[in-house]
Write a protein that binds this ligand. Structure first.
Ligand code: IPD
Length: 264
């Protein structure tokens, strides 16, 4: 077991426990809901409880590591390992009881993501990856979509919570639609990247994501053979996370770059 696999095992165990906690809480109702950056950006008591559980588990196992959590911010540490934690990615789906929300945990060493896990809270499906060690759904190794023609590609995307960003994202998606099979907006970037890794959608893109939304899913997609970058090339970032199999990457990147420039 390499160091990255050890980090992955720890993330898998914490994600499973957190998912069980959220599922149990959801069975009793949605709990307390508060808003964050805008009225549409929500956080629930389950997000907070799950993040506390995950940070407790990570701190207990590896007290010197740093942790960046969506809800609680930065926990300092002096080790080169930095954890990125999103306790519920897809909180709006959680609130509406729609399914498709998940726990996302990634481990970076000196700024490079080396391990990641995403767990679908409702279904219990789990995706994980270790840099250089492949991407997996449970015990099955993933290879992404074999589609080579953008015109028949099913592309997943998402929209942020700020009205201005949404208007721009709307303009980009309107320009893309005539050139692809269709768009899907499922509501969790972390899980969407796993679907792309599995080939259940052909590609994914979204602008304005936070690192905790895409670090684990991005590695899972990359290890499944997809190219995962930003708009200006690697690495993926807040400007854009674009994940596509090599044959689709070029044409999709070209379209998105032109549309994004025109929308700005
Ligand atoms: C959100 C989801 C959504 C994406 C948003 C994210 P959250 O994360 O990933 O699919 O479109 O940009 O903020 O707030 O549910 O953790």
């Amino acid at each position: 077991r390499t160091f990255a696999w050890e980090l992955c095992d720890l993330a898998v165990a914490a994600a499973r426990e957190a998912a069980d906690l959220v599922r149990a809480q959801r069975a009793g109702g949605i709990g307390h809901v508060a808003t964050k950056s805008t009225d549409t950006d929500v956080v629930t008591s389950a997000d907070r409880a799950a993040e506390r559980l995950i940070t407790d588990r990570l701190r207990h196992a590896r007290p010197a590591d740093r942790i960046l959590g969506e809800e609680s911010g930065t926990h300092a540490g002096r080790s080169p390992v930095n954890w990125l934690v999103d306790p519920i990615d897809g909180t709006v789906n959680y609130v509406y009881g729609l399914g498709h929300y998940g726990v996302s945990i990634a481990a970076q060493v000196n700024g490079v993501t080396v391990a990641g896990v995403v767990r679908d809270i409702d279904s219990g499906a789990q995706w994980h990856a270790v840099r250089g060690g492949g991407a997996w759904r449970d015990d099955r190794r993933l290879t992404g979509s074999a589609v080579t023609d953008l015109g028949v590609a099913l592309v997943a995307t998402g929209f942020g919570y700020q009205p201005q960003r949404r208007a721009r994202q709307g303009a980009v998606v309107a320009g893309l639609l005539p050139h692809i099979r269709d768009i899907r907006r499922f509501g969790s970037a972390a899980l969407d990247l796993c679907l792309a890794a599995e080939g259940l959608v052909d590609a994914f893109y979204e602008s304005g994501l936070n690192t905790w939304d895409f670090a684990a899913g991005g590695l899972i997609a990359e290890e499944a053979g997809l190219r995962v970058t930003g708009l200006a090339g690697a690495p993926a970032g807040a400007d854009m996370v674009l994940a596509a199999p090599p044959a689709l990457y070029g044409p999709l990147h070209e379209r998105l770059a032109a549309l994004d420039a025109a929308a700005g």
